[in-house]
Design a protein. Structure first.
Length: 416
């Protein structure tokens, strides 16, 4: 099976192997016992059985080649491989491992580009994504031409395989990108016939896009697009021997490229363009935070933190049968669970959901009688309080009858 389709290492496999590696055992034991580590070791943590250095997963030697192969997917080159690795994984001499992997890759060596040319043109850095885009064509690769669209701010890359490169087909591709991301202010291209035709100029004018072209016989003036043409050609040629359609290989390249931090911006194109990181197979190395949080919620380890009341807090509770008021004031007697409270309201004990309670100021003085409560009530104290309050109210006004729903709970329900 081709490298492109090979499944990567998962956090479960890392967890199992980490416990077997002799040189990691002392560190793993110290982290589990909660010892105070010093120096560089103080930055290590344990998460779901895996050792992390900051946010980077420590990879045992057994899986280092697998991870290098995964980082090398897409053939992005040494610099981007190191940038991608620095966000996810670490081990001793990882940079040397990446350098050796790239230098020893026959496909990379065969299709490596020429050394970087001297910088001869400066484009002002845009203030936002998709403000200025650069477009260019990549010469035939696997019997396909490719239209590249590069966002100058985020370095986000769009690529369209094309059989023919007419103005009409070019406009169709641009319409697709504009439908997804909107109209740019400026579009930069070379002086190719597709871009200088009357049809293309009319398309630019009708959409309010300023079209700039490079100087004649100097395509390097459109250097942003030209650089990515070289990167794309190198990567696709390196993947030539692997199975899969040209679209599948192109998708692999784009996924890895958009994830890797850019040397100029220091952020990934996805983060600057989408305001989030995109998920790739390299993320399978990280322990699943979301699943752990959900497990803890199911086990009742989290409390309701948006609205939480303590015994003795003055609150307003929702009343549903009062003609002149929606809320009455009282004090918290007991917390019955994560979301329910027992509240004393004007001599009556009621039970309410947290959505039916809101805090009030200490100077609210609507209630005639508020017991002095400074602690949580055991079940026996709650029974005595309820009985005393109800007997007192009945003695003062025997004829008054309050419906059970507003009067509160039976004693059994107040303590369950």
């Amino acid at each position: 099976m081709s490298q492109i389709e090979t499944l990567p290492v998962t956090s479960r496999e890392l967890r199992q192997e980490t416990g077997k590696v002799e040189e990691l055992c002392p560190l793993l034991r110290a982290l589990r016992e909660g010892r105070n580590l010093q120096g560089r070791e103080a930055q290590y943590i344990i998460e779901d059985g895996c050792i992390l250095y900051g946010q980077r997963v420590c990879i045992p030697k057994k899986f280092q080649k697998n991870v290098l192969d995964e980082l090398h997917t897409g053939y992005l080159g040494m610099v981007k491989m190191k940038a991608l690795a620095s966000s996810f994984v670490c081990w001793k001499d990882i940079d040397k491992g990446i350098e050796d992997a790239v230098r020893n890759c026959v496909d990379c060596a065969r299709h490596k580009t020429d050394p970087a040319k001297a910088k001869d043109h400066y484009w002002e850095y845009p203030s936002m994504s998709w403000e200025r885009i650069h477009i260019d064509f990549a010469s035939p690769i696997f019997e396909h031409m490719f239209l590249l669209i590069v966002d100058a701010h985020s370095k986000w890359l769009e690529v369209y395989p094309m059989k023919v490169t007419t103005t009409k087909k070019t406009v169709v591709c641009l319409r697709g990108s504009f439908a997804r991301f909107g109209l740019p202010r400026v579009l930069v291209s070379d002086n190719g016939s597709q871009f200088t035709s009357y049809e293309f100029q009319r398309f630019m004018q009708s959409n309010g896009i300023k079209h700039k072209t490079s100087a004649p016989f100097k395509p390097s003036s459109n250097g942003q697009a030209e650089r990515y043409v070289a990167t794309l050609k190198q990567s696709l040629r390196a993947m030539q021997k692997y199975e899969g359609s040209i679209q599948q290989k192109l998708s692999t390249f784009l996924l890895q490229y958009r994830k890797a931090p850019n040397a100029t911006t220091t952020h990934s194109p996805a983060m600057l363009f989408l305001k989030r990181e995109i998920r790739t197979r390299i993320d399978l190395l990280l322990p699943e935070l979301k699943s752990r949080v959900q497990d803890r919620i199911r086990k009742g380890e989290f409390e309701f933190r948006d609205r939480k009341f303590d015994v003795g807090d003055k609150v307003a509770v929702r009343i549903y049968r009062a003609a002149n008021s929606k809320w009455k004031f009282g004090k918290i007697l007991n917390r019955d669970g994560v979301l329910h409270y027992t509240v004393e309201v004007q001599g009556t004990v009621v039970r309410r959901h947290v959505d039916q309670i809101r805090p009030v100021g200490d100077h609210v003085q609507e209630n005639d009688f508020i017991p002095n409560v400074h602690r949580r009530f055991p079940a026996t104290d709650v029974r005595e309080t309820i009985s005393n309050l109800q007997l007192s109210e009945t003695a003062e006004n025997p004829s008054s009858q309050v419906p059970n729903e507003e009067q509160g709970l039976h004693i059994s329900s107040a303590i369950n």
